[in-house]
Design a protein around this ligand. Structure first.
Ligand code: ZN
Length: 203
């Protein structure tokens, strides 16, 4: 199983980090060891002093696909949830400044929170899905799929040109604006529409 993440898929988030809005999807990977066993807790790694949450919709691939068109992409995933792409922002900034790959900042152990799954066909209009993240019961991130630069099927089709997708692979579809730091004692709860799909503590 592999995890493919899309960066800068919401204009407002790209701008809040001072990044250009990309002309094609920005892709990075996390290994299967990045998945946080639920219910957690998430332990802030010792190598970061600026650990950020990024709440994202996650898709689960249902069949083996390679180099597929948009139409095939719409039927290539069977489940959706919300998750967190934990990011060591200080480490990422150091690596970005040197033009180096991001993996140390993004792909470390337990950096991927994957919520409880819902069937993808439960959401009829994929361009009208709301999701959000609460930190300590306060709303910190709100996303709407209409604001994505690349739609789910555009992401999957594009990714499949580079990586064969297999059943169980996960795709993190990018975070909206509002990313921020966590500290020990914080609680994070993610919602897809009205469903609470994860609730974790930070240590
Ligand atoms: Zn992300």
């Amino acid at each position: 199983m592999k995890i493919i993440c899309i960066g800068r898929n919401y204009v407002a988030h790209a701008k809040e980090l001072g990044n250009e809005v990309p002309t094609e999807p920005v892709i990075f990977l996390k290994p299967s060891t990045a998945v946080l066993p639920l219910p957690g807790p998430f332990v802030i790694p010792s190598f970061s002093n600026d650990l950020h949450y990024e709440c994202e919709i996650v898709l689960r691939i249902a069949k083996k696909v390679c180099c597929i068109d948009l139409e095939t992409a719409t039927t290539s995933y069977d489940a959706m949830t919300v998750g967190i792409d934990f990011t060591a922002r200080d480490v990422q900034q150091r690596l970005k400044d040197k033009g180096l790959p991001w993996e140390k900042a993004k792909a470390f152990d337990q950096s991927a929170v994957v919520g409880e799954w819902r069937p993808a066909d439960q959401y009829k209009n994929k361009k009208d899905i709301h999701f959000c993240l609460y930190k300590n019961k306060e709303l910190v991130q709100q996303g709407h799929t209409a604001a994505m630069i690349n739609s789910f099927e555009a992401i999957i089709s594009h990714v499949s040109n580079y990586f064969t997708l297999e059943p169980g692979d996960l795709i993190f579809t990018g975070t909206p604006a509002g990313v921020g730091p966590v500290e020990p004692g914080d609680q994070l709860e993610g919602f897809l529409e009205d469903d609470s799909l994860f609730d974790i503590l930070i240590n």
